[in-house]
Write a protein that binds this ligand. Structure first.
Ligand SMILES: [Zn+2]
Length: 300
């Protein structure tokens, strides 16, 4: 038999590691696994990266994870992919890039709306808690409560594929913002550690923004180490300055930030300081006041 001609794109030619990830293209469903398809919403930005990923789970009965922004084209793309087989609409949390399309999608399909709670304009039919399960004919989708980025943040595990929808708890290509008081750094680190030690171990993470993450444990370890290194840096600079506001510290730690991200950096430093306060190594007159002056506490 004549050998198959090889093209530059032929996977057999690729000796340099895994093939590149499937491109993130707006409005087109892309199959990521036997059960899961992804549609990118048209809302790219500094905070959303390429845009919000909407996922469809299942073939005969479909759950939509994070419908995304209220956009006609995105609604058409989701309906074109799942149509009247859409039974559930689930949201990871209630930030505005993840849920606003929910009522129109639910109205068009009759789907049940589920999330941790009704908040920020989202109205749920049923509240989910940690370990609650959506049972479909082909899959089980389990809620995993992961507070940190938002107190009502849920990840969702497709048990059959050990694939986790991580919303904004873990992203690919952009940094997760922890903005107090709803954002909580100590809770965030605990939630990361919980995913890292989950049994059976995760096979892949499908984030709310960016590409599929195929090495979950390495990514989660990197996330935890990055935050702990930043925490040490915040404490070191605070000790060096003697006293400082979150804005002072952010200006020292985050250099060359684009203007749009400066408030986020300040919030992030504030989140670290609140964790340091809980750990007993820093203090301020009002822990919730972002403009407060902080001081290190001498360890006893
Ligand atoms: Zn988001």
């Amino acid at each position: 038999m004549r050998p198959r001609p090889r093209r530059p794109s032929d996977p057999a030619d690729d000796d340099d590691g895994p093939p590149p990830p499937k491109p993130l293209v707006t409005g087109v469903a892309s199959a990521l696994s036997p059960l899961v398809r992804r549609i990118l919403a048209p809302n790219p930005g500094v905070m959303t990266g390429p845009g919000t990923n909407t996922y469809l789970v299942g073939i005969d009965e479909v759950a939509v994870v994070d419908p995304g922004p209220d956009d006609d084209g995105h609604l058409d793309a989701i309906l074109g992919c799942g149509g009247d087989r859409i039974r559930w609409v689930v949201c990871t949390h209630t930030h505005p890039d993840h849920h606003p399309l929910t009522p129109r999608l639910a109205k068009a399909t009759g789907a049940e709306v589920l999330a941790f709670d009704s908040r920020d304009g989202l109205e749920v039919d049923r509240e989910l808690r940690d370990r609650d399960v959506i049972e479909a004919t082909e899959f089980r989708l389990r809620a995993v409560h992961t507070p940190g980025h938002a107190s009502n943040h849920l990840c969702y595990l497709v048990e059959e594929e050990r694939l986790l929808f991580s919303g904004d708890h873990v992203m690919e290509g952009s940094t997760v913002v922890i903005a107090p008081p709803d954002g909580d750094m100590a809770a965030y680190l605990d939630s990361l550690e919980r995913l890292r030690t989950m049994r059976p171990a995760l096979r892949a993470i499908a984030p709310g923004h960016g590409h599929l993450i195929e090495d979950p444990k390495a990514k989660l370890t990197e996330y935890i180490e990055h935050r702990l290194a930043r925490e040490r840096q915040v404490l070191d600079v605070l000790r060096e300055l003697g006293e400082a506001t979150p804005a002072d510290l952010a200006a020292r730690i985050y250099v060359d930030l684009v203007e749009e991200l400066v408030p986020r950096a300040r919030q992030s430093v504030h989140a670290h300081l609140r964790k340091l306060a809980a750990d007993g190594t820093a203090t301020a007159p009002d822990l919730d006041d972002e403009a407060a002056t902080w001081r290190p506490r001498l360890s006893s």
